[in-house]
Each structure stands twice: as structure tokens, then as C-alpha cells.
Design a protein. Structure first.
Length: 264
């Protein structure tokens, strides 16, 4: 007598490729009736098997998870002293960068100040030299233009004094005496130039003559100029003649043809 029973055989899905990362489609479990030879598919078993396959981690995700875990373990295993040295190194680099920037800014500021100082001194020197040449170079035939040029350098108290000294009276006297003067700056020193003020010391060689003199006379003028910065440039605010000494004296001398008004 034939023995009745069932034999379970998994049904094969031709489209499924294990390990390709795609969810498996549900497969039935085929049961063969030994007596009748019929085939019956158990859908419940198929659903359980599909659910179990979907829960499996794909190979790529498994490898990434393993790498991240190894990295975390490596950081955790690093000695505290090593982590501290790295932190200290980053701080030192940051401090060095800040110090470098500060040093560059300070150097740039110092360079700009020095450059401005040099420019001021050059301008003061030029104005002082021009004024001294105008003061000691004049002629009876061009006295008005010569003295107007001197007054163009004046400001402050010296401007007031120059307007009075170089007025019409002295101009007429010099014209009548046929006075003339020639001057040359021997030395010029900028003693200070800052905060809109400057002081200059100069030595000027002057040769002058007039109708009452038998020969030209030479003189050495030692002059201190105080200058002030104005929107139009540096101007002469005060003139102080420290003294003069004749290098050569004619038989008859009427003294210097003119001298600047002195503020001291």
C-alpha cells in the first residue's frame, strides 16, 4: 500500500540573483502530494522568507558600516596626549598667524609715517629755500614784483609785519637808492617738521649794493624760520635774524640794502 504524504520543495524564481542588493520577490514553497503527484504552493512560507531577505544588510552598507566603526575605534584608542598635541599645534598656528598680521600692520603704519615725514621735510625745505632766495634777491627796477613774491610766502604774524615793512615807503627808498641784492643759501637744516609746524635754520650769503656805496658788500645771515602748514601749502609764520657778519667791507657802506622784519 502506497504511503500517503507531502514533500516540500522550494519553488525556483528564475529572475532572482542572490547578492545583487535587490529585494527578493516572494517565492512559494511547493508541496508535492506523494499519492496524487499534485503540487501545492504554501504562500505563507513564501511571505516569511521574503521578509527575512529584505531585512538583510546589503554588502556595500555592511562594508561602510565596518569602516566607520573602525575609524571611531581608532579615534577612541588615540592616547589623550596625542589629541592634546594636535589641539596645541592648531592653536600655535593660529597665534602665529595673528602675530604675523599684527606685525605687518605695524610695519605698514611705521613705513607710512616715515614716508609722510620725509615728504613733509622735503616740502618744508623747498619752501624755506624759495623764501630765502626771494628775500635776498631783488633789484630797484623790479622791487614791486620782488617784494610781492616775498609776501606770497607769508602767513600769521609775519604776514602782518611784511605788509607794513614792505609797504610803499621802503619800496620808494630802495628804488631811489638804486639798491639791489643777491643772495645764495649756503646751508639749510630742517630742525623739526610735524603736526603742521616746522622750524628751519639757514645760513645765507648776501651781496648788496646801492648808490651810496663805492663797492658791493658781502654779508652772512643766520636766520631761523618758523613755518605753518596751510591748505595752499607751507607758509612762513615768523622770521628771526640771529645775526650777520660782513665778509668784506667797502670803504663806505650803508649796510644791507634791506632786512626782513624780525619776530625776535
Amino acid at each position: 500500500m502506497a504511503e500517503h504524504g507531502h514533500h516540500a520543495v522550494p519553488a525556483t524564481d528564475a529572475d532572482e540573483r542572490p547578492g545583487d542588493g535587490r529585494p527578493a520577490r516572494a517565492r512559494g514553497v511547493a508541496t508535492i502530494d506523494r499519492e496524487s503527484g499534485g503540487v501545492r504552493v504554501d504562500a505563507t512560507a513564501a511571505a516569511r522568507r521574503a521578509t527575512r531577505r529584505r531585512s538583510l544588510t546589503p554588502p556595500e552598507e555592511a562594508r561602510e558600516g565596518s569602516a566607520a566603526g573602525a575609524a571611531q575605534a581608532s579615534d577612541g584608542d588615540r592616547p589623550p596626549s596625542a589629541r592634546g598635541l594636535r589641539s596645541l599645534g592648531r592653536r600655535l598656528v593660529a597665534v602665529a598667524a595673528v602675530v604675523g598680521i599684527a606685525g605687518t600692520l605695524l610695519f605698514g603704519h611705521a613705513w607710512a609715517v616715515q614716508r609722510q615725514q620725509a615728504a613733509n621735510e622735503a616740502s618744508v625745505r623747498s619752501v624755506a629755500n624759495g623764501f630765502l632766495l626771494s628775500l635776498t634777491n631783488f633789484d630797484a627796477k623790479s622791487i614791486d614784483a620782488d617784494f610781492n613774491r616775498v609776501q606770497s610766502y607769508a602767513t600769521g604774524s609775519f604776514a602782518t609785519q611784511a605788509n607794513q615793512f614792505f609797504g610803499s615807503t621802503i619800496r620808494k627808498q630802495l628804488e631811489a637808492a638804486l639798491a639791489s641784492s643777491r643772495g645764495q643759501v649756503r646751508d639749510l637744516f630742517v630742525q623739526s617738521a610735524s603736526a603742521g609746524k616746522a622750524t628751519v635754520f639757514a645760513v645765507v650769503d648776501q651781496t648788496y649794493v646801492n648808490a651810496k656805496m663805492s663797492a658791493p658788500a658781502a654779508d652772512v645771515l643766520r636766520i631761523v624760520l618758523d613755518l605753518a602748514s596751510r591748505p595752499s601749502g607751507w607758509k612762513v609764520a615768523d622770521v628771526t635774524v640771529l645775526g650777520s657778519g660782513s665778509a668784506t667791507s667797502p670803504t663806505t657802506s650803508a649796510g644791507p640794502a634791506s632786512s626782513a622784519p624780525s619776530g625776535g
